[in-house]
Ligand binder design. Structure first.
Ligand code: OAD
Length: 250
């Protein structure tokens, strides 16, 4: 894949890079995105009906089962070349922060270290009433199971619509965005806030903005560079071009 020479130059010289990823990065691992027309989960399910405290209160079993299905899907998936290319970038850039909206855990599995999971992680559980971390429960026919400490219902440790993001995590992401030389927005539709504010913060502070997405988004027109391709293709190509010594098999 052809890379703009100006982009190669800025990436090679960058000292501080922030990457924001969304569901598109995991599409090539077989995890459907949320909003892509044909494969999107939410073509079949209304997200507001499932990913909100209101939905959980109304029908906790349905929400639990939907997340169980997604959790099994994530657990059976492996990182793709896009995830691994981001690990290579982190090794070569002095200050690198990966901010993800994904809850699938694939960045960590690939080996990314400086990682901020804005929307939580589907592999962890907390209880609904008191947010106790829950790692196990008595076998039960009742779904969802109950917290061993306070007996409230167990839920996934993800951020639902209408809920606040962890203040420490979003603040760290915002500070990194304000300080970076280059901000990459990869595989996200850029319509869910506050995540979508991060590229805007970076732009206001003079960062170069790069978008990697086969489709346009509301932020495409602000991009200095657009790699209009799947991240599993574009990111390994970028890494190979900027650092030709990198072994593509890693
Ligand atoms: P979306 O489903 O909204 O967007 C996925 C994006 O990935 C789209 O812009 C696609 O064009 C792009 N895409 C598809 N395949 C790709 C590929 N192979 N490589 C690169 N890009 C590709 O997913 P998000 O933007 O992540 O939040 O959605 C943001 C948040 O909305 C999610 O974290 C979730 C949802 O509500 C919560 O659950 C709180």
């Amino acid at each position: 894949m052809e890379m703009p020479s100006a982009l190669i130059e800025v990436v090679r010289n960058a000292r501080r890079v922030v990457v924001l990823t969304g569901a598109g990065v995991s599409a090539e691992s077989g995890i459907p995105t949320f909003r892509d027309a044909q494969t999107g989960l939410w073509a079949r399910y209304d997200p507001e009906e499932l990913a909100s405290p209101r939905a959980f209160k109304r029908n906790p079993k349905l929400v639990w089962q939907w997340y169980q299905w997604r959790r099994d899907l994530c657990a059976g998936s492996t990182p793709n070349p896009g995830h691994f290319a981001l690990v290579e970038m982190e090794r070569r850039i002095p200050e690198f922060t990966l901010v993800t909206q994904n809850v699938d855990g694939l960045h960590a599995l690939a080996g990314s270290r400086q990682l901020l999971e804005l929307h939580g992680n589907i592999g962890r559980y907390i209880c609904y009433d008191r947010r106790h971390p829950v790692t196990g429960w008595e076998p039960t026919d009742e779904l969802p199971p109950r917290c061993p400490i306070c007996h409230s219902l167990v839920r996934p440790d993800v951020v639902w619509f209408g809920e606040q993001l962890d203040a420490i995590v979003i603040n760290r992401a915002a500070v990194a965005a304000e300080r970076c030389d280059i901000f990459f927005s990869i595989g996200t539709s850029s319509i869910v806030y506050p995540a979508a504010l991060l590229p805007q913060l970076a732009l206001e502070h003079g960062a170069i903005f790069v978008e990697v997405n086969p489709n346009p988004t509301p932020l495409t027109r602000f991009a200095d560079f657009v790699l209009q391709a799947p991240s599993g293709v574009a990111l390994p190509a970028l890494v190979q071009t900027v650092w030709p010594e990198v072994d593509s098999g890693s």
